[in-house]
Structure formats: structure tokens, C-alpha cells
Write a protein that binds this ligand. Structure first.
Ligand SMILES: [Zn+2]
Length: 265
């Protein structure tokens, strides 16, 4: 068969494929396998064309809209995650601003408490805890605001850091830990004292005390007196970076072991 015959034959087949009916053409059922193949190929081409066209339309219009929505939804998700970020521990550096606390010469309690609190924050954050500070600089914060801040955060525990003073006897020394009328607070105090003694820090017994920040906080809360500024030897320790780091490590371990115990880890 030459090319002309092939050409004629192809058009003839296409012609045979249709039958005239009342001025219109209708598809006739293919009678040979070749016409069936042409029909299938034609349908495939039409389908591919359709997919290509719709694909482009969706790429131009629909997909970017979906992408924008996705980005927007991710942004709102992270914003709400930030808002709902769970605070584990509230650290309260005692005094600040116009309230120096105990004073020995130029040494003020408010500076020691802030320094140890910042070290403690670092230690706890290294262990994956999220920490909220009632103050992170030399500023005045009312006691009621400290407790309110802790309550609003929904933290698992509250730890207030102070230094002690005992005028009558400058030899008195040691770390004290106070709680107020709740067993969880007492267990937190015990855990901190236990950890402190493991770090060779002189410790005293835990005590119940009606301090405002303990009384007005709704989570297990303790107030730690790091040591006596009235004891010259202990004051020297309290001012040293090394001892402050030891105090921070010991307190962090005590807090973490109490949290792990409560979580049943
Ligand atoms: Zn104090």
C-alpha cells in the first residue's frame, strides 16, 4: 500500500466512523480493531489535554490560594501556641529597685537574689523547662503582683529566692526553705533541701511560714533563703560566682526531681 492509499484509507475509516443523521453526524460503533484503537487514542488525547488545561488553571489560581491559607493557618497556629506556651516554673528574685532587702555594707540582698535567680533560670532552661521571672532587672515589683503573675501563668511551681539575716548570732548559717500549708509545697521544699545537702551546702529544716508570695500563689510554692548575709563567711560565699552556680545547680535539681516525681517519671 503506498502513502496515498494509506492517506485515503485513513480518511475513509474516519468517514466510516460517522453516519449522517438528519443533517448531523453521530458516532457509529467501530467495526474494526483499528478504528477502536483510533477512538481510544482520541479519548486519551482529549483527557490529557483536559488534565493539562485544568492543571494550569489550578496552578495559577487555586493552588496559591490554598498555599496562602496554609501559611495563614500555620501562622495562627504558632501564634496561639506561643500564647498557650506552658510555663513550668516561676522564679521570683526577692526585692529589687528601691527595696534592697538585707544590706551588709555595699552588698544588697536584691543583687544576690537576682544573680542566683538568673543562673537558676539558665540551669532549668538547659533541662527543657520554661521559666517565667517576676523580675529580670533591678526593679520594684509588688508582692501581690509577683503572686498574680505566677497564678496567671498557670505554672507548676513557684520559687522565691531571698537571703537571710540574724543579727543576734553571726555564726548562724545555712539554706532555709519555706512553704505554706500544702503538702506539695512541703515536698518541693524537702526536695530542694535534699539536693542542696548533696551539693555540700549547709541546710536547715524546711518550715511552714505565712509569707505573702506563698500564701497567695495557687501552685506548690517555696521561698528559699540562700544563706545568712549576717554571717561574714556565708556572705563571702553568697557573693562568689562559684557558690552561686552551686546554689543554682542544687536548687534546679531539687525542683526537677520534684516535678519528675509529680509527673510519675
Ligand atoms: Zn528577702
Amino acid at each position: 500500500m503506498d502513502s496515498q492509499d494509506k492517506h485515503t484509507s485513513f480518511f475513509q475509516k474516519c468517514k466510516d466512523f460517522f453516519v449522517p443523521y438528519k443533517g448531523k453526524r453521530y458516532v457509529k460503533r467501530p467495526t474494526t480493531w483499528k478504528t477502536a484503537v483510533f477512538a481510544v487514542l482520541g479519548i486519551c488525547l482529549l483527557a490529557a489535554g483536559g488534565v493539562f488545561l485544568f492543571g494550569n488553571v489550578f496552578k495559577e489560581n487555586v493552588v496559591p490560594v490554598q498555599k496562602d491559607l496554609l501559611e495563614e493557618s500555620n501562622t495562627s497556629a504558632s501564634l496561639s501556641a506561643m500564647k498557650q506556651e506552658k510555663i513550668d516554673i516561676v522564679l521570683d528574685a526577692g526585692h529589687g529597685g528601691a527595696q534592697p532587702g538585707c544590706v551588709s555594707g555595699e552588698m544588697m540582698e536584691k543583687d544576690i537574689t537576682l544573680s542566683v535567680t538568673m543562673r537558676l533560670k539558665d540551669q532549668l532552661e538547659k533541662e527543657g523547662m520554661s521559666v517565667l521571672l517576676t523580675r529580670d532587672s533591678d526593679e520594684d515589683v509588688e508582692l501581690s503582683d509577683r503572686a498574680a503573675m505566677a497564678n496567671e501563668s498557670g505554672a507548676r511551681c513557684f520559687v522565691s529566692i531571698h537571703c537571710n539575716w540574724y543579727e543576734e548570732d553571726p555564726t548562724v548559717s545555712g539554706l532555709d526553705c519555706y512553704y505554706y500549708q500544702d503538702e506539695e509545697g512541703m515536698l518541693l521544699a524537702e526536695s530542694i533541701l535534699y539536693s542542696a545537702s548533696n551539693h555540700s551546702i549547709v541546710t536547715r529544716e524546711s518550715k511552714e511560714e505565712n509569707f505573702e508570695v506563698l500564701r497567695d500563689t495557687t501552685m506548690p510554692a517555696v521561698l528559699i533563703e540562700l544563706g545568712f548575709m549576717s554571717n561574714p563567711e556565708e556572705l563571702e560565699n553568697l557573693l562568689s560566682e562559684e557558690y552561686q552556680e552551686t546554689l543554682a545547680s542544687a536548687i534546679a535539681e531539687g525542683i526537677l526531681s520534684k516535678i519528675e516525681e509529680s509527673a510519675g517519671v
